[in-house]
Design a protein around this ligand. Structure first.
Ligand SMILES: [Zn+2]
Ligand SMILES: [Zn+2]
Ligand SMILES: [Zn+2]
Length: 327
């Protein structure tokens, strides 16, 4: 068989395996080979051959994706294992997920150890079509026992976790290409029902709120240049944030009644301080985050801003903010 009769697919596969120098030689063989050697799909092939990665952002080319992945040898931004999970492979898991959505809390039990998983989240381990419901621990034991490279799905909060990469996938630390791929898979899992779509919306809200927390709460930028800021009861804010980290949105109204001066109704307690995990301590947030949180979760008590702390009785409180090591 003449080289020229090789079809493009095969040529791409061959080119994808060649080291850079050999690829150059390959491209000199003839015009057809040169076209293949310079095409972007060769990088797709190489990306898979060298790193096991099968996805990229739709707006990006494979060559750029390859370059980014080559800077991520520890897989801390782009997990290769999730690439083996495709829409097709997810189908039986989607069916299972849709069933579980309609189960009562008392039935959300691990089929191995029997533990109830309504809060921790019942899991699916995507591996060879096995759709048993397990708790995270039992899923991990299974992953070890079968020496799998599957992906864990925590169904209650729609998180995907890789035991090999030891991290949540598609979250803030990961690459945007990974996030895009995870999002696409989760849509496949959830889109068949309204409940599933609502769960997906909660997941997005949760990720957005984590971003808001990182940028708008207890940051030096919140207090800089004499900008106005809001006082928010600290235990409430921290529990909101901890829930977000667990993939859940917050609950209940902001507990700002805890910040009220016991002696003067409707005024901020001058004895309140920023640190510590006790009721009546405060955090500070931008007006943007404040308005968002009040709209989303409601408010118990009053809104207090930096404009309310100009009196001499707030000297100690203001000093505690100056001495607060914000970054
Ligand atoms: Zn190779
Ligand atoms: Zn992984
Ligand atoms: Zn279990």
């Amino acid at each position: 068989m003449l080289f020229h009769e090789l079809n493009n697919e095969l040529l791409i596969a061959i080119a994808g395996h060649l080291p850079q120098d050999d690829l150059k030689t390959f491209s000199f063989v003839c015009h057809k080979f040169a076209l293949v050697a310079h095409s972007d799909v060769v990088w797709k092939e190489r990306l898979y051959n060298h790193y096991g990665i099968t996805y990229k952002l739709p707006t990006e080319n494979w060559k750029d994706m390859y370059a980014r992945k080559s800077l991520d040898p520890q897989n801390s931004k782009m997990c290769p294992h999730i690439g083996h999970v495709t829409g097709k492979i997810l189908e039986p898991y989607a069916t299972k997920y849709q069933q579980v959505l309609n189960w009562l809390d008392k039935n959300l039990n691990c089929t191995v150890c029997g533990a109830n998983c309504k809060d921790t989240g019942l899991c699916l381990y995507v591996w060879k079509g096995n759709t048993r419901n397990r708790c995270k621990d039992c899923a991990y034991s299974y992953h070890k026992a079968v020496e799998g490279h599957g992906i864990l799905i925590r169904m209650n909060v729609l998180q995907m976790y890789c035991f090999d990469c030891k991290r949540l996938l598609g979250e803030t630390r990961g690459d945007s290409s990974e996030a895009h791929y995870v999002n696409m898979l989760l849509k496949t899992l959830t889109h068949d029902s309204e409940k599933g779509q609502q769960a997906m919306a909660r997941r997005s809200q949760c990720m957005e709120e984590r971003q808001l927390y990182a940028e708008h709460a207890d940051r030096a930028s919140v207090v800089s240049d004499g900008k106005q800021y809001y006082f928010i009861e600290r235990i409430w804010l921290i529990s909101w944030f901890l829930r977000l980290c667990d993939g859940k949105i917050g609950t209940g109204p902001i507990a700002n009644h805890e910040l009220e001066d016991p002696e003067r109704e409707g005024r901020l307690n001058p004895a309140s301080r920023p640190r510590g995990n006790f009721k009546g301590g405060f955090s500070i947030v931008t007006p943007f985050l404040w308005n968002y949180l009040v709209d989303t979760y409601g408010l118990s008590g009053k809104a207090y801003t930096s404009d309310d702390t100009t009196g001499p009785e707030y000297c100690g409180l203001n000093e505690s903010i100056v001495n607060w090591r914000l970054n």
